[in-house]
Design a protein around this ligand. Structure first.
Ligand SMILES: *Cc1c(COP(=O)(O)O)cnc(C)c1O
Length: 216
């Protein structure tokens, strides 16, 4: 079932895809290990989790060549648990988090790849994500950290049926992204809005329910 869902999703992505390549992050939060194993056996390697405890548990239970993405709001005191192995943190949104990622990166002798999460919708402002006006200062600060590598941007559109609102929010992130030629990752698009995200130029998608079904 999951293997088929993934195959179908890759086909659909190709219809809307504007970027030259893409990475599909299978969002496995609150999904049982067996479902992740099925995706893994079909060749999938990128998985995203929101909660650090769950992420660390799954990291220990599953093959070590999985690329784990942290896509949820990240508490500073939890960075130490993921620093040794995390593939990409999507939710860097404040200086205090930079400081902690830098500290843990140094400790584990890793340069930790991150995306800066920008609040593109009113909901996101509540859940995390830096404001547009704070982006430049945060990015400049992150750039001075030897053990952080900012690879690009992440954003979440409003939970609305209104596609034009979603499109405008994605466009606001694309506009920012295009100002930084050094960026290579634009993470936007979930089960409900990935078509729009792709049309606007997303090259990393975070999709859960469309691959795994409803969460427990
Ligand atoms: C849960 C989650 C997703 C995936 O949501 P689906 O609707 O299941 O595709 C993507 N991004 C973030 C940040 C999430 O928390």
């Amino acid at each position: 079932m999951i293997t088929q869902n993934l195959a179908q999703l890759h086909q659909e992505i190709q219809i809307y895809q504007k970027a030259s390549s893409y990475t599909l992050v299978a969002v496995s939060k609150h999904q049982p290990i067996e479902k992740i194993q099925e995706a893994y056996q079909s060749g999938h390697r990128h998985f995203g989790e929101n909660y650090v405890q769950e992420l660390v548990q799954k990291y220990h239970q599953l093959p070590k060549d999985i690329c784990w993405h942290c896509i949820g709001a990240l508490q500073t005191n939890k960075v130490k648990y993921i620093a040794p192995f995390i593939y990409l943190i999507h939710t860097l949104d404040r200086k205090s988090l930079c400081d902690e990622i830098q500290k843990q990166g140094k400790k584990h002798n890793r340069i930790i790849p991150c995306l800066i999460q920008v609040a593109i919708s009113p909901e996101e402002t509540k859940m995390g994500g830096c404001a547009f006006e704070d982006f430049e200062a945060l990015y400049q600060y992150a750039k001075t950290q030897s053990h952080i590598k900012v690879m690009g941007l992440m954003g979440m559109a409003s939970f609305t049926q209104n596609k034009e609102i979603i499109r405008k929010e994605f466009q606001s992130l694309v506009q920012l992204y295009q100002q930084y030629p050094e960026f290579s990752i634009l993470s936007m698009g979930m089960s409900s809005d990935y078509e729009i995200a792709l049309q606007e130029g997303a090259n990393m998608l975070r999709i859960g329910t469309k691959i795994f079904g409803e969460r427990l």
